[in-house]
Design a protein around this ligand. Structure first.
Ligand SMILES: [Cu+2]
Length: 185
């Protein structure tokens, strides 16, 4: 029996080594202030007002924050305001059903404003002449995965114009030209 002990002892260690990276960051899930469990993800499939596919916005919990990865297509070249909006509804053509910017901590709008920023606020998106663009940003302003996926959900919205990052509540970024509802998984 004695000769088996090292094997028996080594097995749980090996298991721990494998699962450690996946489980350790999940511990803060218990805390109310946590952004969520690492790896939790939601994707919004964007559509233009005409119903064309316009890319995706993917929200992933990483390092106790929500990282937003945006990859768009079929959009007009130029600079566009982009935000997470508070309601998971995208009724074309104006997408007003997505509601206002996601703002659970009641800050004022804009990355360059004086009153914090909305959880749904992001830098402007640059779309090239091919109609594509990418952007990555870690959401601020009290963004949590539970809040993103609350009972009325949330949506990702691309605006016609650039966001001035100051003017409350929406940065003068104009109409809504693409929208997608976040779906978990
Ligand atoms: Cu917006």
């Amino acid at each position: 029996m004695r000769s088996f002990l090292p094997l028996i002892a080594a097995a749980p260690l090996a298991l721990m080594a494998c699962s450690e990276s996946a489980e350790q960051p999940a511990a803060p899930e218990m805390e109310e202030s946590s952004a969520g469990a690492t790896g939790e993800q939601a994707v919004a499939a964007l559509q233009t007002a005409e119903g064309q596919p316009a890319g995706t916005a993917t929200a992933t919990v990483s390092d106790d924050a929500i990282k937003l990865v945006l990859a768009v297509q079929n959009l007009p070249a130029g600079e566009h305001g982009v935000h997470v909006h508070m309601v998971g509804a995208c009724d074309a053509p104006d997408f007003t059903t997505a509601g206002s910017h996601w703002n659970p901590t009641e800050q004022t709008h804009g990355l360059e404003g004086s009153g914090g920023q909305h959880a749904g606020d992001m830098p402007n998106l640059q779309v090239n002449e091919q109609g594509t663009g990418t952007l990555e940003y870690t959401l601020q302003g009290g963004a949590t995965f539970a809040g993103l996926m609350d009972s009325d959900g949330s949506a990702f919205v691309v605006h016609a114009n650039a966001d001035d990052q100051r003017t409350d509540p929406s940065g003068e970024s104009g109409g809504r030209i693409a929208c997608g509802v976040f779906t978990a998984g």
